[in-house]
Design a protein around this ligand. Structure first.
Ligand SMILES: O=P(O)(O)OC[C@H]1O[C@H](OP(=O)(O)OP(=O)(O)O)[C@H](O)[C@@H]1O
Ligand SMILES: Nc1nc2[nH]cnc2c(=O)[nH]1
Length: 180
């Protein structure tokens, strides 16, 4: 079967970035991180679910002492108001005075990473940087300083390599964009 298109639920997706292009971009990112953190022992915090594949491939290229932990921003309806509240779950690591690198599969509007930064600041880490596999610059709604971005992409909905469309597609080894 051809790898160039996939059908997920009601939508068709076409190949956008091949696995080898993604892996090369991750290797370039790892070179930077290995250099910048050689004096520290960073704690990578990978944001579930989407970042699992990126985190796995990146970690294989990290050559300095480091730790990794997996976190999630869980949404729940606040009973006191109608607003949706985001709660940070899974942070069992002691991050006070540590150098944190958040691992994201994608920064789109930047809402998720902004909430995370705010929540993590409360633990008084030594520093926090974001490493994202993908960034949609045209979609960004927050003034974020993204030190590590593997690939900048246009404002298309993408799936594969950890990213899903309504639960499907996370297992795809390439990155696909929705067919217009
Ligand atoms: O910059 P934003 O507009 O906030 O979008 C980016 C977020 O969206 C996706 O997560 P999602 O909430 O879909 O959860 P998932 O990782 O479990 O798929 C992705 O993994 C990022 O965390
Ligand atoms: N799967 C997927 N999730 C996202 N979350 C924010 N942007 C995207 C996107 O383009 N694709």
């Amino acid at each position: 079967m051809s790898d160039s298109t996939v059908q997920l639920h009601d939508k068709e997706f076409t190949i956008y970035l091949q696995e080898n292009e993604i892996r090369q971009a991750i290797e370039r990112l790892a070179v930077q991180i290995n250099q910048d953190y050689k004096e520290n022992t960073p704690v990578f915090l990978a944001v579930l679910n989407g970042s699992f594949m990126f985190a796995s491939d990146l970690m294989k290229e990290i050559k300095i002492p480091c730790e990794i932990s997996f976190i999630k921003l869980a949404s729940y309806q606040n009973t006191q108001s109608t607003g949706t509240v985001k709660e940070l779950v899974g942070l069992n690591e002691e991050v006070r005075s540590r150098h944190i690198i958040i691992l994201e599969d994608i920064v789109d509007t930047g809402h998720t990473v902004s909430v995370l930064l705010e929540k993590l600041q409360a633990f008084s880490p030594a520093s926090i940087q974001i490493a994202s596999l993908l960034l949609k610059p045209a979609s960004l709604q927050h003034p974020l300083q993204l030190k590590y971005t593997a690939l900048s992409i246009p404002n298309d909905f993408v799936v594969g390599y950890g990213l899903d469309y309504n639960g499907l597609g996370r297992n795809l080894r390439h990155l696909y964009k929705v067919k217009s």
